[in-house]
Design a protein around this ligand. Structure first.
Ligand SMILES: [Zn+2]
Length: 493
């Protein structure tokens, strides 16, 4: 093996993430404008404060602070007695004040952690800080991208939407780990009820990545600050999904390895992830922190969170709930995992399991309901107002009023596709189990209509009875219980 090849093999991947997540609040972080922007016309959710007009003053949104504290508790962070805001100064057309209100030296969450599992191995990822800030507006490049557009439009609807920026330690050793972390983070945020992953642009990721010679990694896996500082790193911007993060970083690992193989230095630079082409491209060189001239935001007082923090509770988190589901309801790992995939699914399962057998409830919620929803690209949130119908369907099965097969393959599908309630589907499809009297009548009919088969049965031909069972099943549209029909026929003959 050549010396060069050895060097290639021994490079250790070092990645750190900066994740911006949009907090789910009704109004913006420093004014009363609504954050419900889905179908809003441009620049309709604005006011003097979020437009940065002279004399307009920010007022901090209590709900945004509560969400930040919940996140801090969930990632086991230190939440200081008091925290404050700074102005980050820069010019950009989507930033009408010419500064962004953010946090600098006293972020609301410090020194947290989140555990991830990748290929059976548990790893703890350190979170250096998480701070609260406002989103800028957005630019729309008419007829192309920033280089080819004829002109650019600006929309300030998003200006002032609350964001948390979560900064990890450089603890990731592979692109795959970043994907696992982002999935876990999103799951936790959704459980806390502070985040909606279906909202456009709710998750934005920047990543720092460098390759460090293996011999400089300590036995514990730690990498010294001097080694990190010496390694030239690239910052990859514009990543918007878990999968995108893994792909962008895998691309960057290969690019950096190839550059080193050819004996080229890795330049310290910012690169842009081009999702459609699947590559990173060089952008401007990165600004220094000092370029932003951070200074305290004098329009907002110091925020004292100490006493407040105590009174903010967080719900049971996904991992703990998974564990409890296995113990309390006797579920296997796969079912427990499916049933805790979102807080809403878990809440619905527990609701059903309180009235029915937990095993029956698990099959219905984890396999049948989630399976059919998934097939239709729907989530449980999409049928929120109709969960009582699903409960009723499970009740129909539990009480033996319809067969599980019909419930699953006909009623549930029909309910989801045509929005009808289960009783109406059972009625219109004639799926109710036939009662004994009707079965008895069908038995009589079959006997009357098939004297030869009856004679065969009486002569001791057991095969003929199956023929008669088939006739009765046909008359009842398949809703009778074949065992019961067999029994009735034998009694009668
Ligand atoms: Zn506003």
């Amino acid at each position: 093996m050549t010396a060069q090849a050895t060097q290639q093999r021994d490079l250790t991947v070092v990645i750190g993430l900066e994740v911006h997540v949009q907090l789910e609040t009704d109004t913006k972080v420093f004014c009363g404008c609504s954050t419900d922007l889905a179908d809003a016309d441009p620049n309709t959710h604005t006011c003097p404060t979020c437009l940065g007009l002279p004399g307009a003053l920010p007022v901090l949104n209590e709900a945004a602070v509560e969400s930040a504290v919940k996140l801090g508790k969930a990632i086991d962070a230190e939440i200081p007695q008091q925290t404050r805001f700074h102005r980050k100064n820069y010019y950009y057309p989507d930033l009408p004040k010419d500064f962004q209100i953010t946090q600098y030296d006293a972020p609301i969450c410090q020194d947290g952690r989140l555990e991830i599992g990748v290929e059976g191995e548990r790893r703890e990822i350190g979170i250096e800080r998480a701070h609260l800030e406002e989103d800028p507006g957005s630019l729309q490049h008419a007829g192309g991208n920033i280089e080819t557009a004829e002109h650019t439009l600006v929309n300030y609807n998003r200006a002032g939407v609350p964001l948390m920026e979560i900064v990890t330690e450089p603890d990731f050793r592979s692109p795959k780990e970043t994907r696992a972390f982002l999935a876990k983070l999103e799951e936790v945020l959704e459980y806390l009820g502070v985040f909606d992953s279906t909202r456009d642009g709710s998750l934005r990721i920047d990543a720092n990545i460098s390759l460090v010679p293996g011999e400089e990694v300590e036995e514990s896996g730690a990498i010294g600050a001097a080694t990190l500082a010496a390694a030239n790193r690239t910052e990859v911007k514009n990543i918007s999904s878990h999968k995108g993060a893994e792909k962008a970083l895998a691309y960057e690992v290969t690019r950096q390895r190839n550059a080193r193989r050819r004996g080229r230095e890795i330049e310290q630079e910012t690169r842009h992830w081009d999702e459609s082409r699947g590559i990173t491209v060089s952008m401007r060189s990165k600004e220094d922190e000092k370029d932003y001239r951070y200074f305290p935001e004098a329009d907002l007082p110091v925020l004292k969170v100490a006493d407040w923090t105590e009174s903010i509770d967080i719900p049971e988190l996904p991992e703990a709930r998974r564990e409890r589901f296995r113990e309390e309801y006797g579920l296997d790992a796969e079912a427990a995992s499916k049933l805790t995939s979102t807080k809403q699914v878990a809440d619905f399962y527990e609701d059903v399991a309180s009235d029915f057998d937990p095993g029956l409830a698990a099959t219905w919620v984890a396999d049948d309901l989630l399976g059919e929803l998934n097939y239709r690209d729907m989530r449980i949130a999409d049928i929120e107002g109709r969960l009582d119908d699903v409960r009723r369907l499970i009740e129909l099965v539990d009480e033996g009023l319809i067969t599980a097969k019909n419930a699953r393959e006909v009623v549930l599908r029909e309910m989801l596709d045509s929005r009808t309630d289960p009783d109406a589907v059972v009625e219109s499809e004639g799926l109710g189990k036939t009662d004994d009297e009707a079965v008895a009548a069908a038995v009589e009919e079959a006997i009357e209509e098939n004297p030869e088969a009856v004679a065969d049965v009486e002569a001791g031909d057991d095969g003929a009875i199956n023929f008669l069972v088939g006739q009765v099943m046909g008359k009842t549209g398949g809703s009778a219980d074949p065992g019961r029909v067999n029994q009735l026929l034998r009694e009668r003959l």
